[in-house]
Design a protein around this ligand. Structure first.
Ligand SMILES: C[S@@+](CC[C@H](N)C(=O)[O-])C[C@H]1O[C@@H](n2cnc3c(N)ncnc32)[C@H](O)[C@@H]1O
Length: 269
């Protein structure tokens, strides 16, 4: 059984900034699902269930130019570590600054990743209500690929539209300010044809939703996260998901046929 790629442990959350994924070898990851902090200038708040607006360890505030340059570099790094045929799913949203929209298309299209398709996630609600414009309820999930490499696609998913109606995850019940519903990474991984034993990466692990989805599918996962409290939360959620999977594992339907069974089957009737 594989327990590491390069020097990286599998099924492990690294308590450090993801940086440029320098520890991860080239062409080693089957799928990446990530939702970075959105640069919303929230004040840091202790990790508690009632905190909606703010991470516990940092203020999510960079000059916008630097934020965009950092995100482009990270997406380029995702391209590097992705196997040919793998997929990156990058979740982000449009935000407002001084009455003007800042769209993630601005930096996504500047990265080395190629955009396969844009998924609109209708999450049904947002914190950003302002009576001078329409009430925004969507986020984006950018499906990206390594340049020139056609991504695997599970054709059973071709009947899904590119508008996903998936209600947002309750911050209070999870204990993280910005968790996405597990159904988001689960759909992404299924779409990308991830199989049991494949390796999935989330550079911003947060409450561990990507790890939960990977564990439910029997895939390996690797995460980075800077908050010790969120790491504890994520580990517990992933362990629970793994336990559930183990509990519901179905034994093989039929015992293996022996040579004798085959000859009996062959001579019947
Ligand atoms: C939008 S949240 C991700 C939420 C996650 N998708 C989930 O479902 O819970 C972003 C997370 O990235 C973490 N973070 C911020 N900067 C980071 C960095 N440089 N490296 C790794 N994690 C970081 C934050 O602490 C936060 O938990």
């Amino acid at each position: 059984m594989t327990i590491a790629i390069g020097n990286m442990l599998l099924d492990h959350i690294y308590h450090q900034p993801c940086g440029l994924l320098a520890e991860i070898p080239d062409d080693s990851i089957d799928a990446i699902v990530l939702s970075p902090p959105y640069n919303l200038s929230y004040k840091p708040q202790p990790a508690k269930k009632h905190n909606i607006n703010g991470y516990d360890t940092f203020d999510d505030h960079l000059p916008q130019d630097q934020y965009e340059a950092d995100q482009i570099e990270l997406l380029d790094a995702c391209c590097r570590v992705l196997k040919p045929g793998g997929s990156v799913f990058y979740n982000h949203k449009e935000r407002q600054a001084k009455g003007v929209a800042i769209s993630p298309f601005r930096w996504v299209l500047k990265s080395k990743c190629e955009l396969v398709q844009t998924i609109i996630w209708n999450r049904g609600s947002t914190h950003n209500i302002d009576p001078v414009r329409l009430y925004p309820i969507n986020e984006f999930i950018f499906w990206l690929r390594k340049p020139g490499c056609r991504p695997r696609f599970n054709r059973a998913c071709a009947k899904l539209t590119n508008i996903w109606e998936i209600g947002f995850e309750e911050t209070r019940s999870i204990g993280h300010p910005a968790p996405f519903p597990v159904l988001i990474p689960l759909r992404c991984l299924k779409m990308a044809g991830v199989q049991a034993g494949d390796v999935v990466l989330d550079p911003y692990m947060g409450s561990g939703s990507t790890g939960v989805a990977a564990a439910e599918m029997g895939a390996h996962w690797i995460g980075y996260e800077i908050s010790a409290d969120y790491i504890r939360l994520a580990r517990n959620r992933i362990a629970e998901a793994k336990q559930m999977r183990d509990m519901w594992k179905v034994p093989p339907a039929k015992p293996k046929m022996t040579g004798q069974d085959i000859s009996v089957a062959g001579t019947a009737s």
